[in-house]
Ligand binder design. Structure first.
Ligand code: EPZ
Length: 426
């Protein structure tokens, strides 16, 4: 397993171009199963999660190439809608394939994706949404088989604005007969990107970005080319790293309007943020101020995917901050690791009480999940001394060579990969 070794204490400085959004690319790649032909998707970063998704598409009979940041798919030879359990286990987001494969083949077999470090990750809203469209679902242990002779438009209300369930239902409804409305839909920018992509192929969807989405079913779609939006969570991660190291960083290819809540919080800590089109400038030279209370909630509120990262900044703040996590029940696993670096954080159920300290100290820490791992990298950059972050594969799921990205901003960070005889070399 790879490790990252970080020499902390150096302010980040310089300019960086942000990668395309993982959480937009994954549903868009799944949506390609709705159309027969060649599709080109640009700004798709090289990530473990993207690799798994492309392997699943190949397993189903797709031709898939990923060169630099462009994915080229040919879905003409798609011949299966049975997603192998082993691949489902590798990435729970393969659940996004249910809607498109059901719409294309009238049948799809998946396996319970199971929970992960951050929570149970239920899929009941996905399944009930597809049932509302006329699907029959048979569960046999972990295997789930879903049939539908013809999907019919329906009025669907989500008990919780689930991002994945909203996307799955949208994709299934595109080829359904009649009108589908999804109320209490998730409003994330990645859902708007999915709507734009589907409509470019001839779908008729309106309302993405609001809590009510309407889909008018069409007979078929036409292949297209598309470019994915910038990754708002990678953008936010770099912004927090710049603030935590008291640096000066310019970020290019961003969507500032997707980060309103983070920009608001960073400004409240005293960080200077300047926005100009798709450019964000972040700078500070002083110790951050604490924030009374931050609550993670569905977009456009403060995103759960930036909770662990902002906690590092607050761990260095002058005062006590309170963070409440309302989306995932297991998303405080980075707290114990930060404590090993000198952070003073107490967790009580879904709240973390963060008493800022003047300094963090390097230590050997373990990434438990994608965003917790990113937070530990930020902590290592800000800490005094050397930090070793283990289990780096979690981070590679969502960040395209994080050490190269941060190295461009002056970070002293090196990846070490074990070789067969178990000695570690850079
Ligand atoms: C998406 O996950 C993102 N992943 C997550 O990003 C993100 O944290 C999450 O949305 C919330 O914004 C992708 O887009 C690939 P949800 P998703 O369905 O769709 C409960 C990252 O770090 N729920 O909105 O799985 C669920 O248990 C990842 O990039 C049900 O109860 O999130 C959770 O508590 C992590 N039943 C809450 O809703 C369901 O059927 C939010 O889940 C579905 C979800």
């Amino acid at each position: 397993m790879d490790k990252l070794v970080i020499e902390g204490g150096k302010p980040l400085s310089g300019t960086i171009v942000i990668q395309g959004a993982k959480n937009a690319a994954l549903p868009i790649l799944a949506a390609c199963m709705l159309v027969e032909g060649k599709v080109t998707i640009d700004h798709v970063p090289k990530l473990l999660d993207i690799d798994v998704m492309l392997n699943i598409l190949r397993e189903l009979g797709c031709r898939a190439e990923h060169d630099d940041q462009t994915v080229r798919l040919d879905t003409s030879s798609l011949h299966s809608s049975h997603i192998p359990e082993a691949l489902m286990r590798q990435m729970r987001s393969s659940i996004f394939l249910m809607g498109p494969l059901l719409a294309r083949f009238g049948e799809v077999t998946i396996y319970q994706p199971g929970g992960c470090a951050i929570g149970e990750r239920k899929i009941d809203l996905h399944l009930s949404g597809l049932e509302a469209l006329g699907a029959e679902i048979e569960e046999d242990g972990s295997r789930i088989v879903c049939y539908a002779k013809k999907l019919m438009g329906a009025e669907i209300h989500l008990d919780f604005p689930s991002v994945g369930a909203t996307e799955n239902i949208m994709m299934a409804a595109v080829l359904a007969e009649g009108l589908t409305t999804i109320s209490n839909a998730a409003r994330e920018p990645e859902i708007q990107d999915l709507q734009h992509f589907l409509n470019r192929m001839g779908a008729k969807i309106i309302g993405a970005g609001t809590d009510t989405i309407t889909v008018e079913g069409v007979e078929k779609l036409t292949p297209c080319s598309y470019q994915v939006i910038p990754d708002r969570i990678v953008t936010g991660t770099v912004m927090v790293a710049a603030a935590a190291t008291r640096g000066q960083v310019t970020l290019l290819n961003t969507c500032p309007s997707h980060l309103t809540s983070l920009i608001h919080v960073l400004r409240r800590t005293g960080v200077q943020i300047a926005v100009d089109g798709d450019i964000i400038k972040v700078g500070t030279a002083s110790r951050p101020k604490s924030i009374d209370r931050i609550v993670t909630s569905p977009y456009p509120a403060f995103p759960t995917d930036l909770q662990s990262q902002i906690m590092v900044l607050l761990a260095l703040a002058d005062g006590v901050s309170v963070m409440k996590e309302t989306i995932f029940e297991g998303r405080f696993k980075h707290v114990d690791e930060l404590a090993r670096m000198g952070a003073d954080i107490r967790v009580d159920l879904s709240s973390a009480f963060i008493r800022g300290v003047s300094r963090l100290y390097g230590a050997t820490v373990e990434a438990t999940d994608l965003r917790a791992g990113a937070a530990l990298v930020i902590a290592g950059l800000a800490a005094q001394g050397k930090t070793v972050v283990e289990q780096v594969h979690h981070i590679d799921r969502g960040y395209d060579r994080i050490e190269t990205m941060l190295g461009r901003l002056g970070a002293r960070i090196t990846r070490f990969s074990p070789v067969p005889n178990n000695t570690i070399v850079p």
